[in-house]
Design a protein around this ligand. Sequence first.
Ligand code: ZN
Length: 104
Amino acid sequence: MYVSISIGEEDLELIMGKAYGSAYPAALQSAHCPRCRLPDNAELLPERLWLNPAGDVLVQGACRQCGGAVEKLIETGIDPVQFDQAMAIRDYKIEISKDYEVKV
Ligand SMILES: [Zn+2]
């Protein structure tokens, strides 16, 4: 299945491990909002998390300043440990729990 699937914050915490407490807030503070024209400096209020087949997590949400739709890709897939954890969560959700949505 070469699709992005929905995950929860608890899944992201498992994927990121020790980095979750620092790298996730840092990512949310460095989104790009095309309306505010704050390149890589807008604050993203997360609404949905999507895990892609490469092990990266796309955060979809709203810009705190203008409320417009903003998203940020967290490249968890480039870290071997985080990639393995992301794949384990994908396999579990797709094969066993079937508790996910597919991003269209
Ligand atoms: Zn904005």
